[in-house]
Design a protein around this ligand. Structure first.
Ligand code: ADP
Ligand code: ZN
Ligand code: ZN
Length: 749
């Protein structure tokens, strides 16, 4: 047989495909192949198949091996990664290959991954086409086809005995839709009632009217249907997702659903709810999780379960949006406003935005849920592009939203009722009252460590990181100063390194210090701290959270880790410290983010019917944001903030992209950006794009690298993208920096 050529995407920044030679028939598009690249062997994705190559024959190398254990990635998946590559300004391979589990990108592991050999069998299309569709003289192919017709499923070694190139042939037939390897294809249809392990029907709560209406609308939708499920905290959004999935499976027993959550490690209760409700889905792979914390092998198994259609529910973090889901029929994005849906390195994609694109591609429903939708999504709903579903009340009978009390720190001070180490008298009193009643409290502070800086009173020295333009954070219990930007660490000095004064003191406070202070101020309280430091070990966050649920904690102190999602039953008080800094940030999204965080953390109070109270300590009690918080008025906040954004011509009313450069000096980074900006003048569509001056980033130096950025924006998304596309080759030709990158729709500016 003659040679064929495949054009392969590799994880490489050059926006080209790479040609390789292989035996005909070539593996179809979507197949993973191992190919030589330089001195290495790498895994690539076949994108095109061709009878010839424009590359001189002596330079075309051979495909080393073909992954034949699973079906090729489908055309709609290739379309998804192509879209993401184009939109986020990356090469196709830079999107497609990192989207795969590591184990699939290592040919040495391919064999073991499929230790259970897949068995190939004819589909009904294959049964009517084969063997007649084959050329009469292709004896080996006809033998293989006849064996499938007569003997039924074959595994690969059986097939090879009939036809030496059976693996490529079967892959091609699979792409053709003639054979499949789905062993569990005839899994039982979903029963309408969920059963627990003992076969008992699990009690499902009677839906509230608002929930019923939301579920009905989702179930009744057809074609591309984006929904914004705006439900106050505790309104039972999870129940809406569960019912929407039940209805989906009742009508389409083989359908797949993708459920995205911002951080899977923080939501075991979410996973448990899905597993309990859908225990009737047969097969151990029916519900799988996908997130970056999983072991390689486990993640590959989940991914393959999704890819083969065995997984009916895929519950995952942002990376799951790039999973291969051949029967995808419904997408849920829980807490859609969460910044965690935005990948902040490499391919800087928004999983929420890609979820919407996928839903549109497949013509299905996508449900974005939040108590505090992103202003982007809210604006879409206002415009009628998303259908709004509202849950305005808490689901549990008697549970009402907590009351919000603002403590004016200035007034406390004027009246001589100063706070003790940042905790005001009224907050201490409220904490003590909860302790006496056996209820739990939660104290929220968005800063970990003991204190954000160590200072010398005598000479004004502040402990800074030698490698970054940032202060180092005091971690008192470890006697360490630690840089939160580069990881630099040092022991706490005994005296001021500049003047020798031994009276150096922490300035400001972080969660460790608040933990210490609260233990002293509320005697007898069991105080627990949950933040990135106290949960560094895998699984430790879950243990700590279960202590809270088990009632072994009176006061929980923590960062935004404690604010999200948790359904704490006995928390009746939430204290908020030090929120003011975000009110005056240069980042135009800081207010939106703070409001969402405070609404979320407030939402932890009073969920199970205990009257809840939120106490916010502030120097600006008259600030509009706090007023909206006090009234639980998301709509008012969103309306006012959108009006401001419109006046200021900020997103969602314009589209933005950032070019970032990292250099050995700030001058080098700025010079690169200046050249890049100058080059825009030659790009035709660029007249509709505004270019701002290159500026140093807020933390200009991190780990001795100097960083600057350039903002470009346009009222037209198409003009912005066309400009970026034309800009790429120019940027690649510029020199003088260590790294540069383009980010589309940046969240942090
Ligand atoms: P949200 O995600 O909207 O903040 P949850 O989905 O966590 O809210 O639900 C809050 C609580 O309400 C949970 O304890 C849940 O079991 C309960 N719940 C949800 N729907 C109902 C209902 N229809 N009747 C009674 N309780 C419900
Ligand atoms: Zn000093
Ligand atoms: Zn540093």
């Amino acid at each position: 047989m003659s040679d064929a050529f495949v054009r392969v995407a590799l994880d490489h920044p050059l926006p080209t495909l790479f040609d390789y030679r292989c035996a005909a028939p070539a593996p179809p598009p979507g197949t993973l192949v191992a190919v030589p690249f330089g001195k290495r062997s790498v895994v690539g994705l076949v994108v095109e198949v061709s009878a010839h190559s424009d590359v001189p024959a002596e330079r075309v190398r051979n495909v080393e091996s073909v992954l034949s254990g699973c079906a090729p990635l489908a055309a709609d998946w290739l379309e998804l990664v192509s879209f993401a590559a184009d939109y986020y300004q990356r090469s196709l391979g830079e999107v497609a290959l990192p989207a795969l589990p590591q184990a699939l990108r290592d040919p040495a592991r391919w064999v073991r991954l499929f230790a259970v050999e897949p068995r190939f069998r004819l589909t009904s299309a294959g049964r009517s086409a084969l063997p007649d569709a084959l050329p009469a003289r292709a004896a080996a192919l006809r033998r293989l086809a006849q064996a499938l017709v007569d003997a039924g499923p074959l595994d690969l070694s059986d097939a090879r005995a009939l036809h030496a190139k059976a693996s490529a042939t079967l892959a091609a037939w699979q792409a053709q839709g003639w054979v499949d390897t789905d062993i569990d294809a005839d899994a039982d249809a979903a029963a309408p009632e969920a059963l627990d392990n003992a076969g008992q029907a699990i009690a499902r709560p009677a839906l509230t009217d608002e929930q019923t209406q939301a579920v009905d609308e989702i179930a009744a939708s057809s074609g591309f249907s984006p929904f914004l499920l705006h439900g106050v905290t505790g309104s039972g959004k999870t129940e809406v997702y569960l019912r929407a999935l039940e209805r989906l499976f009742a009508g389409a027993p083989q359908a797949q659903a993708l459920v995205l959550v911002p951080e899977i490690n923080l939501t075991p209760q979410f996973e448990a709810a899905f597993r309990a409700r859908f225990a009737m889905l047969t097969g151990s792979d029916a519900i799988v999780t996908l997130h970056s914390g999983m072991a390689d092998g486990e993640r590959a198994r989940s991914w393959l379960a999704a890819h083969t259609g065995r997984a009916r529910i895929v519950l995952g973090t942002r990376l799951a949006v790039l999973a291969s889901l051949p029967a995808l029929a419904l997408i849920v994005v829980d807490e859609e406003h969460e910044p965690a849906y935005k990948q902040q390195e490499g391919l800087r994609y928004s999983a929420r935005d890609l979820a919407i694109w996928r839903a549109k591609q497949r013509g299905i429903a996508v449900v974005l849920g939040s108590a505090t939708p992103s202003l982007e999504s809210w604006w879409h709903a206002e415009q009628g592009r998303y259908r709004r579903l509202s849950l305005s009340r808490r689901a549990v009978a008697d549970a009402v939203l907590p009351s919000v009390r603002l403590i004016d720190l200035e007034e406390e001070r004027r009246r001589g009722r100063g706070s003790v180490d940042g905790i005001s008298g009224p907050l201490v009193a409220a904490l003590k009252a909860r302790l006496e009643r056996g209820e739990q409290s939660l104290v929220f502070l968005n800063r970990r460590g003991y204190a954000p800086v160590l200072a010398c009173d005598a000479c004004g020295w502040l402990a800074g990181c030698p490698r970054c333009s940032a202060y180092v954070v005091l971690h008192k219990s470890e006697h360490a100063l630690r840089c939160h930007h580069c990881g630099w660490e040092a022991r706490v000095p005994r005296s001021c390194p500049d003047c020798g004064n031994i009276d150096i003191a922490p300035l400001g406070r972080g969660t460790q210090r608040v933990e210490e202070t609260l233990s002293a101020l509320v005697p007898g309280a069991r105080v627990l701290r949950i933040d990135a430091d106290s949960t560094r070990r895998k699984g430790s966050a879950q243990t700590l959270f279960s202590n809270v649920h088990a009632g072994e904690v009176d006061i929980l102190v923590g960062t935004q880790m404690i604010a999200k999602g948790h359904d704490f039953q006995r928390v009746s008080l939430v204290g908020v410290l030090n929120a003011d800094t975000a009110l005056f940030s240069h980042d135009f999204r800081a207010g939106e983010r703070l409001f969402a965080q405070l609404m979320q953390v407030s939402g932890r109070a009073g969920r199970a019917g205990l009257p809840g109270e939120v106490i916010v300590q502030t120097r600006y009690p008259r600030h509009a944001l706090y007023h909206a918080l006090g009234r639980h008025d998301y709509v008012g906040f969103a309306t006012a903030t959108l009006a401001e954004r419109r006046d200021a011509r900020l997103p969602p009313f314009v589209y933005q992209a950032l070019l970032r450069a990292e250099g050995r000096t700030l001058e080098a980074a700025l010079a690169f950006l200046a050249q890049a900006a100058a080059a825009l003048a030659d790009i035709p569509f660029a007249e509709r794009v505004t270019v701002y001056d290159a500026v140093p980033m807020t933390i200009v130096k991190v780990a001795n690298v100097h960083r600057a950025q350039l903002l470009v924006e346009s009222a037209s998304r198409a003009s912005l993208l066309a400009t970026l596309r034309a800009w790429q080759p120019i940027l690649r030709s510029l020199k003088g920096v260590l790294r540069w990158s383009v980010e589309v729709d940046p969240l942090d500016i």
